[in-house]
Write a protein that binds this ligand. Structure first.
Ligand SMILES: NC(=O)c1ccc[n+]([C@@H]2O[C@H](COP(=O)([O-])OP(=O)(O)OC[C@H]3O[C@@H](n4cnc5c(N)ncnc54)[C@H](O)[C@@H]3O)[C@@H](O)[C@H]2O)c1
Length: 475
């Protein structure tokens, strides 16, 4: 009998006591500081559409920055942005005018993908720090151009909107991978499936005017990288992070089967990425079914499954809960242990094969593959191996598995990425989602679409020879 299966009152009281004691040592909530205006990073926002207003709901409560200007080419979105941020910023329809403001130290580029590069370039040239949503660039020539632009402005911060990098949960799992707790990790599977038939998303729905309507930008190749750019980009970034490098090549199949309303991006894609040490990411995004087999089917749409010889993690970022989305879905991660190695020679060998983390109390072995919810305190478990510490952590996981404790990320990774951006603007630190991370991500999207377009295996080093034509003409 494993302790995972039985909940007696005595067990509950003991475990709950351990949890309470552990929680008591976690520290009191931070008291929000009131900042002097000159202490705050004065920033502007270009693009006050869906993502812009979402980020503004987070930004308005971050005391280390102050929005002093916003820009959008659409009047209604500009008004929505003005009302959301609440700091009475100056408003512009032409972003050049916003960039001309001396007081603006930093700029958020939250526009459609096809204008990320020109806006980011102009903002860097105007001396601003830049937070540009993923993907950093749209076309191969922009890969080379932005690298050169950023090199000319080494003191300015350039961060991209890959918020999973700022999640304590994902950072915990990355440490588990790096410390070998999952054994050799060779496979990741990721999916982002949506049912756009039964639950249409306004962002992906055809609006009047077709390609000439900027609000249709997501569904036309002239402005968008389709599902690969909007969804895969987040998850291929997770895979790069966990495997510790960019892929070597990608192959895939994309097709437009159901949403045939004049759009020219695919409504379903399947991709396989091969990494240098023979690791693989298999990927799927479909638009007609939202079921997700992870977490016992309790969450829909997206997740990453990270598979090692000693265990598996299922993880998903979620979207809250927080002050703005009290009923949002929290980030969760479940850990499944592989059956222990079969022991063939004596007790000494059995001892040697003991699982790395295990107190006897938490082993769920012998074919029992019940998941162990990961708690963010796992980040410390290699350092603290006291009996009490192990028991407290076990109790938290166990109560979470029983649905008794909610598993939550202490801070929404979006808040963390925004706070971190302001901090880097002040102290010159390098963002977790920096130029290199953002560029690898953008390259993966460009090459995934090329692989599906041309029906061939596309090597990642091909990007270095792509998009050089304008430079050739000039020489
Ligand atoms: N990190 C994430 O999880 C995440 C989530 C959603 C969207 N995004 C990204 O955010 C970006 C914006 O997406 P969205 O959903 O907000 O799109 P959206 O269409 O809702 O908003 C884009 C806004 O940019 C404005 N715009 C277009 N060109 C402009 C220009 N030249 N100058 C000023 N404003 C201009 C549009 O009028 C619109 O209001 C995209 O790159 C998208 O991929 C990231």
């Amino acid at each position: 009998m494993t302790q995972d299966n039985d909940l007696t009152r005595r067990d509950f009281v003991m475990a709950a006591g351990a949890v309470t004691a552990a929680a008591a040592t976690a520290g009191a909530p931070a008291i929000q500081k009131v900042r002097a205006a000159n202490d705050q990073v004065q920033y502007g926002i270009i693009g006050t559409g869906s993502r812009g207003t979402y980020l503004m709901k987070h930004l308005k409560d971050i005391e280390t920055g102050r929005c002093i200007a916003i820009c959008d080419i659409q009047e209604d979105n500009l008004k929505k942005g003005f009302d959301t941020i609440g700091s009475k910023p100056k408003v512009f329809k032409d972003y050049h005018e916003l960039l001309a403001l001396k007081d603006v130290e930093a700029v958020f580029v939250l526009t459609p993908l096809f204008v990320h590069y020109p806006l980011t370039r102009d903002a860097l040239d105007a001396g601003k720090h830049v937070f540009c949503e993923k993907c950093l660039v749209f076309k191969p020539n922009e890969v080379h151009a932005l690298r050169a632009d950023a090199a000319r402005h080494p003191k300015q911060v350039l961060q991209t909107g890959l918020q999973r990098r700022y999640s304590y949960f994902y950072q915990t799992v990355k440490q588990m991978v790096d410390k070998g707790i999952l054994g050799d990790v060779h496979h990741i599977h990721a999916q982002w499936h949506r049912n756009m038939i039964n639950k249409p998303s306004a962002l992906w729905t055809m609006k009047p005017g077709g390609e000439s309507n900027i609000n249709n930008w997501r569904i036309y190749r002239s402005m968008s990288g389709g599902l690969a750019a909007e969804l895969t980009s987040h998850q291929v970034d997770v895979s790069d992070w966990m495997f510790g490098s960019a892929p070597e090549f990608v192959m895939g199949l994309g097709s437009l089967d159901t949403l045939r309303d004049g759009r020219d991006v695919w409504d379903n894609i399947q991709l396989i990425y091969k990494y240098p040490k023979n690791q693989k990411l298999t990927y799927s995004s479909v638009s007609t079914n939202s079921f997700c087999p992870c977490f016992n089917g309790s969450r829909a749409e997206m997740a990453e499954t990270i598979m090692g010889t000693d265990g598996t993690i299922e993880i998903t970022v979620g979207d809250g809960p927080n002050n703005y989305e009290p009923r949002g879905n929290p980030c969760i991660a479940w850990w499944y242990r592989e059956p222990p190695k079969t022991v063939t020679v004596g007790a000494a060998a059995a001892k040697k094969n003991e699982p790395f983390v295990a107190g006897a109390t938490m082993v769920a072995a012998g074919g029992n593959v019940r998941p162990i919810p990961i708690m963010t305190s796992d980040l410390d478990f290699a350092k603290d191996d006291s009996f009490f510490g192990r028991e407290a952590r076990f109790a938290r996981r166990w109560l979470t598995a029983k649905g008794i404790l909610a598993q939550e990320e202490a801070k929404n990774p979006v808040d963390t990425e925004l706070r971190s951006f302001f901090q880097n603007c002040r102290d010159g630190g390098t963002p977790r989602a920096n130029l290199e991370i953002g560029m690898n991500d953008a390259i993966a999207v460009i090459l995934s679409n090329l692989a599906m377009d041309e029906g061939r295996k596309v090597h990642f080093d091909e990007i270095e020879k792509m998009g050089l034509e304008p430079e050739k003409k000039r020489t």
